[in-house]
Design a protein around this ligand. Structure first.
Ligand code: GN1
Ligand code: MG
Length: 365
């Protein structure tokens, strides 16, 4: 039994709790993806019957997602809803939405001895994700996948979803958290980053724009993904068609502009989110236009005139918000986003602010 699983880590406790463990001759797990929050492994099972099956094993970051039951219930309900719709439309639900693999007792996740929460998804074969857009067409395809997601969930009862992270895209609240971190300045870092701090303070008014329109009833609340980075959508390896939206932890009621804006901030940049050479960081208007077209085409008439009008502003505010979050985490001693080097969150904040400036120029917002 011991030799069956290759590798080391707490996850070794978890795999025997899944039915596929019995089918496997040998199991290997390797780190997977670029997420900043959860730990992700790709698990390869060499089956006794020959052939292989692959799974995605994730340890849920429960200091970020404090209610794993509510979280997994959301994902189960949303993906079951999507499966039915995709099947009814003649699509392939096994490839066009994620599938949770239940454990031996039918549970949606497992706990290890230290209380850590782990879940398993089927791996979607023949699909790829990108950190940066390879072409405008690929980016347009990712937009189609997110636009379709919005449209398919148009009649999902949003009020039944658990709020997995309260105030997630409440931008004024993010601003408040930023000023709190600045006041505390636990690592004595504020004096090094006065320029970035001033940038945020100068933009305070912008943080209110979307929430005010929501409160005034001018923008509709709908089911949104809330973390629409390019690496959270899979494209078919062969056809390059936008295939499947993944990372559903933050699916909650929200504004379509959160989804649209977050995609632009990450994917329409000419550089990666943590690029240190800021001269490389710009908004690429071709990518911006390709995404906007694709999103509108797929979301169709689920987008109102006001939502469409506010799209450029949505891109700017989501970029500003993310930059504020990175700077807040830098000031707080890097406790939220995973970092892989000294100053990583500061580098990330800087790219976001550079993009905001470029959006102000190029999008006139
Ligand atoms: C996190 O988990 P991941 O890497 O897809 C974060 C997003 C940020 C993003 C910045 C739950 O997303 O909100 O926009 O990093 N997710 C959470 O890259 O906070
Ligand atoms: Mg992700």
């Amino acid at each position: 039994m011991q030799e069956k699983i290759r590798g080391c880590g707490t996850w070794k406790e978890i795999l025997p709790q899944y039915p596929f463990y019995q089918e496997a001759e040998e199991i290997e797990a390797a780190p997977h993806g670029d997420g900043h929050i959860n730990d992700t492994l790709l698990v390869t099972c060499n089956l006794k019957s020959g052939g292989t099956k692959r799974y995605i094993l994730q340890r849920i970051n429960t200091s970020v997602f404090r209610d794993p039951d509510g979280l997994m219930e959301n994902i189960h309900n949303v993906t079951s809803f999507l499966r039915k719709k995709i099947a009814a439309m003649g699509g392939d639900p096994d490839r066009e939405t994620v599938t949770i693999v239940p454990n031996e007792t039918g549970g949606l996740y497992c706990r290890d001895q230290t209380g850590g929460c782990w879940r398993v998804y089927r791996n979607i074969e023949g699909a790829v994700t990108y950190q940066t857009a390879q072409s405008a067409e690929d980016f347009r395809q990712s937009a189609m996948a997110f636009g379709r997601f919005r449209r398919l969930l148009e009649d999902y009862p949003a009020h039944t979803l658990h709020e997995t992270i309260p105030h997630f895209h409440d931008t004024p609240d993010r601003f408040r958290q930023f000023t709190e971190a600045l006041d505390r300045d636990v690592k004595n870092r504020a004096h090094e980053v006065q320029k970035e701090i001033d940038f945020v303070l100068r933009h305070e008014q912008d943080t209110h724009i979307l929430v005010d329109l929501l409160a005034a009833g001018e923008l509709p609340l709908c089911v949104t993904h809330n973390d629409t980075k390019l690496n959270n959508v899979m494209l078919d390896e062969k056809t390059k068609r936008g295939l499947c939206v993944v990372d559903l932890d933050t699916v909650m009621p929200g504004l379509s502009l959160y989804d649209y804006g977050d995609s632009i901030r990450f994917g329409a940049s000419t550089a990666e989110e943590d690029e240190r050479d800021l001269s490389k960081v710009e908004l690429d208007l071709d990518l911006y236009n390709a995404y906007t077209e694709g999103y509108l085409e797929a979301a169709g008439d689920s987008m109102t005139a006001k939502e469409i009008e506010m799209m450029p502003m949505g891109a700017k505010i989501m970029t500003l918000e993310c930059g504020m979050r990175f700077l807040t985490d830098y000031l707080s001693g890097d406790t939220y986003f995973k970092i892989h080097r000294e100053g990583h969150n500061l580098d990330r904040a800087r790219t976001q602010f550079k993009l905001v400036e470029d959006m102000e120029r190029k999008l006139n917002v």
